[in-house]
Write a new protein. Structure first.
Length: 547
């Protein structure tokens, strides 16, 4: 029996074995996704859950000793969830022999500190490369094939066309999920799984190995053609345009259907990455069915396929990934660029829920999270290398998470109901107008007000942001930093909007605890609501109309 056949049989047995093993909890009590209005929520212990997360640096979780001083720091920063890698090379140092010491340590320490986990499977690929593949895979280049450039040069990338690599990855991932079921199906410390990390081709837009070249001249798979035909009027504009240019062909090889271009090379690779990950994720879900997602490294302006991790789960390829990997629950962006709002909008489309597993940890992240949660009903948010943030007790993101933690019950109640939104402001976009509930709100950056303090003449302003919830006909809850808001009736009538009261305060277990009543100078004599730049707060406002 060949090694390939042996691995496939093992995977099949592991998939079937989960049927006969009794679970300690009913399947529907596991963490799962559910619709709430027009949003998607993560349900944990039968309640919606908002992830206020932080992702560890790549190597931090490789040592339990190294992690010891980090756990209290994460608690201090008001996190409720830690995103942590699981390293294939350390979990399976010898083929078929597993060491779950690091996994068990993560779970135990998370429980000890009252934190949840999202685990990141660093398997066949991490940031395109196969650096986390075990030694026994890296050294056996006859069995585990490498991706190759046009020149024939081998890369540190396992070929997506290597069935031996795919089967080995699926076998290891199934073992991980089986182990998690055994240690965590009653506690639900682990909420979700990221399958691989930022997959995609670099240097060339596609793999030029012999196996890849053979696949490229084969007909486009029927499953993909069927998906395109079924969803023709719903496809992303980019994919629709490429298919249309070729005459909406439904048979032929990749270049016949999509034309000869780098875009076709990328579509070809995206399909095969998706199929590989579908195989791996399916083996894991058969053992323990947690929500699973894939994440993408985003495209720099002007970059063409091959210069960025091409064929990853990017917005213009969302249909290819959905067709090729239906077991994956959603696609996620790793956002390190200044145009944060634009990327959120691109990923929060076609019913794809927004979850941001990596974000720049610079101070702007404290503002960005309000926008993601308020404007896009985000499942969660997670700055990268969270443990590297200095002065965690006073870091801006610590203050944002404090407010969002208080507001979580209210946020989760209003997600998908059309009663909540968010805004993001800077010097380029200093004002936004929003209609929410019965009023039109003009939201301005604090530095636009002549009486506010701050270095207004600089080239850039610190980012301001907020979250708005309409809690009644004339009432709002507003949280954020650096905002000035004025109000007018949403209808075109002669009446004006006046302020009855503004109160700052906090929430405790969903109940409002009022603090100062803000009037006089603090409301500009009843003209606006203000949360000064550098301050983070929650305010309730009640309005009325007069003429």
């Amino acid at each position: 029996m060949s090694a390939k056949s042996r691995v496939q049989i093992i995977i099949l047995i592991s998939c079937l074995s989960c049927i006969s093993i009794p679970r300690t909890q009913a399947q529907n009590s596991l963490p799962h996704l559910a619709r709430h209005g027009f949003s998607t929520q993560l349900i944990v212990d039968d309640k919606p859950f908002l992830i206020l997360g932080g992702e560890l640096g790549n190597s931090s979780a490789s040592s339990l000793e190294y992690m010891k001083p980090i756990w209290p720091k994460l608690v201090q920063m008001n996190l409720n969830t830690v995103l942590a890698p699981v390293y294939w090379e350390m979990m399976e140092p010898q083929e078929g022999k597993y060491d779950f010491t690091l996994v068990d340590g993560l779970v135990d320490n998370a429980r000890e500190h009252n934190l949840r986990l999202v685990l990141l499977w660093f398997g066949s690929w991490k940031n395109s490369m196969s650096c986390y593949a075990p030694e026994w895979i890296k050294k056996d280049q006859q069995r585990f094939l490498r991706a190759r450039l046009k020149t024939g040069e081998a890369m540190e990338i396992m070929s997506v066309f290597c069935e031996e690599g795919r089967n080995a990855d699926a076998h290891a991932f199934a073992a991980l999920m089986r182990h998690l079921r055994q240690i965590d199906s009653d506690k639900h410390t682990v909420l979700m799984i990221q399958v691989e990390n930022e997959v995609g081709m670099l240097e060339d837009a596609r793999d030029y190995s012999d196996a890849a070249n053979k696949a490229f001249i084969q007909p486009v798979p029927k499953e993909l053609i069927d998906y395109l035909v079924k969803h023709k009027d719903l496809l992303t504009p980019e994919l629709y345009s490429i298919w249309k240019k070729g005459g909406f062909k439904t048979d032929g090889n990749w270049e016949k259907v999509f034309g000869k271009s780098l875009a076709t090379d990328e579509i070809f690779m995206a399909w095969h990455y998706a199929r590989y990950i579908e195989f791996v994720a399916s083996a894991g879900k058969a053992e323990y069915s947690l929500p699973m997602y894939v994440n993408a490294a985003l495209i720099r302006p002007g970059y063409k396929p091959g210069r960025y991790p091409s064929a990853g789960p990017l917005p213009h390829l969302i249909d290819i990934w959905r067709a090729g990997a239906p077991v994956i629950d959603f696609l996620s962006p790793d956002i390190y660029f200044a145009n944060f709002a634009e990327w959120c909008q691109k990923y929060h489309q076609s019913a794809n829920p927004l979850f941001i597993p990596e974000a720049d940890r610079k101070p702007d992240c404290a503002a960005n999270v309000f926008y993601a949660v308020g404007a896009h009903d985000a499942i969660g948010f997670s700055p990268f290398s969270i443990e590297s943030i200095e002065n965690p007790e006073s870091a801006p993101v610590t203050k944002s998470y404090n407010l969002l933690s208080q507001l979580s019950p209210l946020i989760l109640e209003h997600q998908g109901q059309g009663t909540m939104t968010g805004m993001l402001l800077d010097k380029k976009t200093p004002v936004q107008e929003i209609t929410l509930g019965n009023y039109k709100l003009t939201v301005s950056h604090d530095y636009t007000w002549k009486y506010s303090s701050g270095p207004k003449d600089t080239d850039s302003w610190p980012r301001a942001a907020g979250l708005l919830i309409s809690t009644g006909a004339d009432e709002y809850v507003i949280a954020g930093t650096g905002l000035i808001i004025t109000f007018a009736p949403a209808e075109k009538i002669k009446a004006k909007a006046g302020i009855i009261r503004i109160e700052e305060g906090t929430y405790s277990e969903g109940e409002w605890i009022g603090g100062r009543r803000l009037n006089g100078d603090e409301s500009h004599q009843g003209r606006h609501l203000r949360i000064p730049m550098g301050q983070f707060g929650i305010q309730q406002i009640q309005l009325y109309r007069y003429q």
